[in-house]
Write a protein that binds this ligand. Structure first.
Ligand code: ZN
Length: 647
């Protein structure tokens, strides 16, 4: 019951630059710049509602079965008995190597990424879902992987002769970053000290063998070295160790890694400081690097606390905006190559979506700026949901906002130098690389994990909006908050609050940038785009709130029209014929989608657009017949083939 309606007149549209400037200048004036929000340990927030059901579908489907559909990749004992040595041969990963760096040394370390990213996804999903069989499997894995740790703490993929001793491509830090992220999640959930000590010892081993300011972990010759470059995300582990221990040596080491990466030869890496500070430079790297490397820069900026890094981060974030489509699709097909985002012509890799989401989440935690929450929801609810097959358990490796066919190529474009097969739906994508499916499994738990943060001991912040259940403590008072909602398919929220004893609390709820008014019986103020509710809460209490939205007709960078309501972008679905491809297990297959008709639509000036039963009704011009037709648009996250922008 929403008896009263309040409308806060303090809404100010601030431009993005101002938000960054205000946020960063306020908090970035000393060594180890203070961070505005604090994360909660993994497991404090669990999914509920439709999101929980979708995650369970993944665990029962492609994600939970990846170790059976590509067993050679997941079960390669690369961290143990199968560690790499100087005579190790390139591995056959069962892919076509079409147009890629075929025969390159990345084929040696690649299984470490595949299996560790998969385990990271699997661990997080089964714990959040309390999936008993999955948890049992995880316990076995943790035992096995910890048994591979050497006496001196080394937990990685190289034998004694090779480790920390490279002048070319290697996966030393990358194999560790992917593995330790999953181990940290396990530790945070279970509080198993044995696992924490193993991680701590393993990180010490890196810091001893690549001593700070007295070694060069990123010196690796003058070729494109993907594994070395991915290895910069070892800062993920260091930042989390800082979160868990409060020990600044970890972020000081992260700053050293970023500086070494900047100061050594790297081929076309957007994140190098000299490239960021070059005004003529355009983003061009392998997309996934460009987005994952936001995190090392953010951690380094907060560790350094100086003006040069602050400026660099500001420039880099503005560049990033140019390569993200209206749905939050981060160009990654697979090189950015100086392009800017386009609804039809720039594809995005599922890996890039996860990396962008994770990077913006870190920025949200450190700056507290609500803008990044908007960016995260945009990607998750539009691009990422829209690259899942709504029926079969599989995802698209590459996808475009306007998706006119999914027959392997980008909307039928022929590529001169390779046979493109990434634009299709698959439970594994083994013919290309098994990178996107593990990352598609990581995206939901990471999204959930960042949905509540603490600002201080008495203030909880709903940073992202989704159905979830938070369990934490405020001082010595246990609190749980269940966010009951169908969001983003409805913008009504019932936050059901349970406290051990009544308390005076502040609960902040991010006010998304599309909100027109706020409907709630609560007294509130809006501060820096957060709805702030401060009052005495009873042991059993609730906050009910409706975020009011309107259908909006917007223009993209190419002046094409698109339609939104709340956080969702709406699309004209295109009828398709489904074509079954390779089968992995008896019940998992690849799927291609062919349009039944090649009809495109264009915008009609001054046509009205209204929301009716969850669909936007408007008029568009049929380009084939030139007739103006009444059409119904649906959320792009529920489509396969679709048109989202209209000339
Ligand atoms: Zn990928």
């Amino acid at each position: 019951m929403l008896a009263l309606k309040y409308f806060n007149k303090n809404y100010k549209m601030r431009n993005f630059a101002n938000v960054i400037l205000i946020t960063l200048s306020t908090f970035m004036n000393a060594q180890n710049t203070p961070e505005l929000f604090q994360n909660l340990p993994f497991g404090s927030i669990k999914p509920s509602g439709w999101l929980k059901a979708q995650m369970q579908k993944d665990v029962d489907g492609y994600l939970g079965n990846l170790d059976k559909s590509v067993p050679d990749l997941i079960n390669d004992p690369i961290y143990g008995t199968g560690r790499l040595h100087k005579n190790s041969e390139l591995k056959d990963l069962g892919n076509l190597k079409a147009g890629d760096a075929a025969g390159s040394d990345q084929y040696k370390w690649w299984n470490s990424e595949t299996q560790s990213n998969w385990w990271d996804a699997y661990i997080r999903n089964v714990f959040l879902l309390n999936d008993a069989a999955g948890i049992k499997k995880v316990e076995m894995y943790i035992k096995q992987i910890l048994a591979t740790q050497d006496e001196d703490g080394y937990l990685g993929i190289y034998d004694k002769e090779l480790r920390y001793n490279f002048n070319s491509e290697n996966g030393e830090l990358w194999a560790k970053a992917t593995l330790y992220r999953g181990l940290l999640a396990y530790y945070e959930f279970t509080k198993d000290e044995k696992v924490f000590l193993a991680i701590k010892k393993a990180v010490e081993n890196v810091m001893q063998n690549y001593p700070i300011n007295a070694s060069s972990p990123f010196s690796s010759g003058e070729k494109f070295n993907g594994g070395v470059s991915h290895g910069l995300t070892f800062t993920d582990v260091l930042d989390r160790m800082y979160f868990l221990t409060g020990d600044k040596k970890y972020v000081a080491y992260a700053l050293f890694l970023y500086q070494d990466f900047s100061n050594t030869y790297q081929s076309e890496e957007d994140i190098q400081l000299k490239n960021i500070l070059n005004p003529a430079y355009k983003l061009k790297s392998h997309g996934v690097h460009t987005f994952e490397h936001m995190r090392p820069l953010i951690v380094a900026t907060y560790a350094a606390g100086n003006e040069e890094f602050k400026t660099a981060l500001d420039i880099y974030l503005k560049r990033i905006e140019q390569v993200i489509t209206i749905s939050g699709g981060a160009i990654g097909d697979e090189w950015i190559a100086g392009r800017t985002a386009d609804a039809t012509h720039t594809g995005y890799e599922y890996c890039s979506l996860q990396e962008l989401l994770d990077s913006y989440s870190l920025l949200l935690q450190k700056t507290g700026s609500a803008k990044y929450g908007d960016a995260i929801e945009k990607t998750f609810y539009n691009a990422a949901q829209g690259a899942r097959d709504p029926i079969h358990s599989c995802i698209a490796y590459l996808k475009t906002d306007n998706s006119f066919e999914m027959m392997g190529t980008k909307n039928g474009e022929v590529e001169a130098d390779r046979k493109q097969t990434r634009y299709k739906y698959s439970p594994a994508h083994q013919d290309v690389a098994v990178c996107c499916n593990p990352n598609a499994g990581r995206i939901s738990p990471y999204f959930v994990q960042n949905s509540w943060m603490k600002e201080n001991e008495n203030t909880l912040v709903a940073t992202l909006l989704l159905p979830n259940i938070l369990e934490t403590t405020i001082g010595d008072n246990k609190i749980s908050i269940e966010t009951e909602t169908e969001y983003p398919y409805s913008n009504y929220f019932n936050f059901k609050i349970k406290l051990e004893k009544p308390a005076l609390l502040t609960i902040k709820i991010r006010k998304p940038n599309w909100v027109k008014s706020i409907d709630t019986p609560e007294n509130f103020v809006v501060d820096n785009e957060y709805i702030v509710i401060k009052r005495e809460f009873k042991s059993i209490d609730y906050i009910r709130i409706n975020l009011m939205s309107e259908v909006e007709i917007k223009k993209d960078n190419n002046k094409n029209t698109y339609f939104t309501y709340g956080p969702l972008i709406y699309a004209k679905p295109i009828d398709s014929e489904v074509i079954k491809g390779k089968t992995y297990l008896s019940n998992f297959s690849d799927f291609n989608y062919k349009p039944k008709a090649q009809v495109k639509y264009s915008a009609v000036n001054n046509a009205s657009a209204v929301l009716v039963s969850g669909m936007i009704e408007t008029k568009l011009k049929n380009e084939q017949t030139n007739n103006i037709e009444k059409v119904q648009l649906i959320p792009m996250g529920r489509t396969i083939l679709r048109q989202v922008t209209f000339e």
